[in-house]
Design a protein around this ligand. Structure first.
Ligand code: NDP
Length: 500
C-alpha cells in the first residue's frame, strides 16, 4: 500500500496502470501549488543542514544510497516494470547504470566544486584569487517516465552531491518509482527531508516551477521544455533542459557491419525505442548498404515486442505515443517509404513490433520528428560527407553514433550533437565523468560529470589584496604618471604586432 506525507493537502488523485496488462499499480495525489510551496519551504531548512554536512559526509550518504539501490535492484526493477511495462532485466540494467553516478558525484564534488586558486596577471599581482562553486539551494527536478530511475537521478544525484536539497516531481506515469527512490534515500538520510517527492500531472510540475526553487532540472520533450521555460522566466528561475532527440547512427564502408547492425537494433528498439538517445536514423555508405541492411533486418527479426516473458521489448508506455508512431509510419509509407519488417500493421494495442523503414524522404516525419518507438529509417549515402550533412540537418542534437574503423574519431568531431559514441552506442551516459546533454532542440545545460556538478551551483569568486599594489589603479588619487606607466605596461603586454 502506498502512504503519503501527512503534510499533503491534495484532494484529487490519479491512477497508474501497467501498460502491458492494464492492472492498477498505484493511486497518487495530484499535488497543488500549496503542496509545492510547502515542500520547497521544508527543503530550505533541509538545505541548510545538508550543505553544512560537507563534501565527505554527503559522499558517504550517497554511497550508502547506492548500496541500498544495489541490494534492492530487483525490488526497484519490479516497480519500473509495473509502471513502464519494460522488461525486468531492462529495469535492473537501468538501476545498475545509475550506481556509478552516485559514487562518482559524491567522490568528485570537492575536487570539482571546492575552492581553488585562480591565476592573476601582472597588473593584478597584488591579488590572491580563488573560486568556489556553491550550492544554489533548492533544486526542482522534473523527470520523464522512460528511464524513471537513471534519468532523474542524473540530476538529483549531482544536485545533492553539490549540496542542494531536491524536490522531485516524477512523470505521472512513474510516480511509484519516484516514491521508492525518495523513501530509500530517507533511510540513509533520515535527519531532514533533503529529497522530497511531489506527485501529479503537468500542472504539479508547473507548480514546482513557480514554488520559489533556485533551479529547475527538466527532462522531457522539447515542447514541454518551452512551457517550463516560460513559467521559469516569470521568476528568472534558471533551467537545465534535457529534451528529445533524433539520434543518428552512421555506418562507414570499413565498419564492422555485424556490430553496427546489432547496435542499431539495440539502440533503436530497446525500451521499445522510448530512449531520448535512441537511434532513429541510420545513414549507410553505399558500398555496404545492402550487406548492412540484410544484417539489420535479420537482427530486428530476432527480437519481438510483447508482454510475454520472452519479449525483449515491452509495450509503449503512454497510450497517446502509439498514435505518434502510427502517424510517422503512415506518413513515411505515403511518401514512398517501405517497411522491411514491422510497420503499421505490426502495431497491436500498445505493442509495436520492431520496424525498419527504407526509401523514406528526408522531410518525412519519421526522419524529422522524434518518433519514440522501435523504428529505424535507413538511408544510403554516397559518402561520409553526405552522412554528416544529413545527420546535422536535424533540429535536434542530442547524441549520435559512428561505426568506422579508420575515421570514427574524425567523423565524431563533425557531428553537431552533445554526445557521440564511436563504434559503440549508449556509452557516453555510462561514463560518469562525461557531461550528458544536447544542443538546439535537444536542450541546454548538462548533467553528469564536472559540468553536471557545476550546473547546480553558482561560481563564487574572491580576490584578496595581499599587499599595496605597485600601481594604484582603483583610486581617485591616481596620478598622470601612473596613467602613463599603465599605458606603457598595457602596450608592452598586449600591443605588440603579431609579426614583430
Ligand atoms: P513530457 O515532456 O511529456 O514530460 C516530462 C515531465 O514534465 C513529466 O514529469 C511531466 O509531467 C512534466 N510536465 C508536463 N507538463 C508540464 C508543465 N507544463 N510544467 C512542468 N512540468 C510539466 O515528456 P515525457 O515524460 O513524455 O518523456 C519523454 C520525452 O523526454 C522524450 O521527448 C524524450 O526524448 C525526453 N527525454 C530526454 C532525455 C534527455 O536526457 N535529454 C532523457 C529521457 C527522456 P506528467 O508526465 O505528469 O505530465
Amino acid at each position: 500500500m502506498t502512504t503519503f506525507d501527512e503534510t499533503t493537502t491534495a484532494r484529487a488523485t490519479f491512477e497508474v496502470r501497467n501498460p502491458g496488462t492494464g492492472d492498477l499499480v498505484g493511486t497518487y495525489p495530484v499535488q497543488t501549488d500549496e503542496d509545492a510551496a510547502a515542500a520547497v519551504a521544508r527543503a530550505r531548512t533541509a538545505f541548510a543542514w545538508w550543505s553544512g554536512l560537507g563534501y565527505a559526509q554527503r559522499a558517504d550518504r550517497l554511497a550508502r544510497f547506492a548500496g541500498v539501490l544495489a541490494r534492492r535492484t530487483n525490488q526497484l526493477a519490479a516497480v519500473v516494470h509495473d509502471e513502464t511495462g519494460k522488461p525486468y532485466s531492462d529495469g535492473a540494467l537501468e538501476v545498475g547504470l545509475a550506481l556509478d553516478h552516485l559514487k562518482w558525484a559524491g567522490r568528485n564534488a570537492r575536487k570539482v566544486l571546492g575552492r581553488s586558486r585562480a591565476g592573476v596577471g601582472l597588473l593584478t599581482f597584488d591579488q590572491a584569487a580563488s573560486v568556489e562553486y556553491k550550492p544554489l539551494g533548492v533544486v526542482g527536478v522534473i523527470g520523464p517516465w522512460n528511464y524513471p530511475v537513471f534519468t532523474p537521478l542524473g540530476s538529483i544525484v549531482y544536485a545533492l552531491a553539490a549540496g542542494n536539497a531536491v524536490v522531485f516531481k516524477p512523470s505521472e506515469f512513474s510516480p511509484g518509482v519516484g516514491r521508492w527512490l525518495v523513501d530509500m534515500f530517507a533511510e540513509v538520510v533520515p535527519e531532514q527531508p533533503v529529497l522530497q517527492l511531489l506527485t501529479g500531472d503537468g500542472g504539479t510540475g508547473a507548480a514546482l516551477c513557480r514554488a520559489g526553487v533556485d533551479k529547475i532540472a527538466f527532462t522531457g520533450s522539447t515542447d514541454t521544455a518551452k512551457r517550463v521555460m516560460a513559467v521559469c522566466a516569470e521568476s528568472l528561475t534558471p533551467l537545465v533542459a534535457e529534451c528529445g532527440g533524433k539520434d543518428v547512427l552512421i555506418v562507414d564502408e570499413d565498419a564492422d557491419l555485424d556490430s553496427a547492425a546489432a547496435a542499431a537494433v539495440w539502440a533503436g528498439m530497446a525500451n521499445a525505442g522510448q530512449s531520448c538517445i535512441g537511434t532513429e536514423r541510420v545513414y549507410v555508405h553505399q558500398r555496404v548498404y545492402d550487406a548492412f541492411l540484410e544484417k539489420l533486418v535479420a537482427q530486428a527479426n530476432s527480437v519481438h515486442a510483447g508482454t510475454d516473458a520472452a519479449a525483449r521489448i515491452g509495450p509503449i508506455t503512454m497510450p497517446r505515443q502509439v498514435e505518434v508512431i502510427r502517424r510517422h509510419l503512415q506518413d513515411a509509407v505515403a511518401r514512398g517509404g517501405r517497411a522491411l519488417t514491422g510497420g503499421v500493421s505490426a502495431i497491436s494495442g500498445q505493442v509495436v513490433q520492431p520496424t525498419v523503414l527504407v526509401d523514406v524522404p528526408e522531410d518525412a516525419l519519421a526522419v524529422t520528428e522524434e518518433t519514440f518507438g522501435p523504428t529505424l529509417t535507413v538511408a544510403k549515402v554516397a559518402d561520409m560527407d553526405e552522412a554528416v550533412e544529413r545527420a546535422n540537418a536535424s533540429r535536434y542534437g542530442l547524441s549520435a553514433a559512428v561505426y568506422s574503423v579508420a575515421r570514427g574519431r574524425e567523423l565524431a568531431d563533425r557531428l553537431r550533437t552533445g554526445m557521440v559514441g564511436v563504434n559503440a552506442v549508449f556509452n557516453v551516459p555510462r561514463i560518469p565523468s562525461l557531461p550528458f546533454g544536447g544542443v538546439a532542440d535537444s536542450g541546454f545545460g548538462r548533467i553528469h560529470g564536472p559540468d553536471g556538478l557545476r550546473e547546480f551551483t553558482f561560481a563564487h569568486a574572491v580576490a584578496r589584496q595581499r599587499f599595496a599594489p605597485l600601481l594604484a589603479l582603483t583610486t581617485f588619487d591616481r596620478t598622470p604618471s601612473t596613467d602613463a606607466l599603465v599605458a606603457k605596461a598595457l602596450t608592452l603586454l598586449h600591443g605588440r604586432r603579431r609579426w614583430q
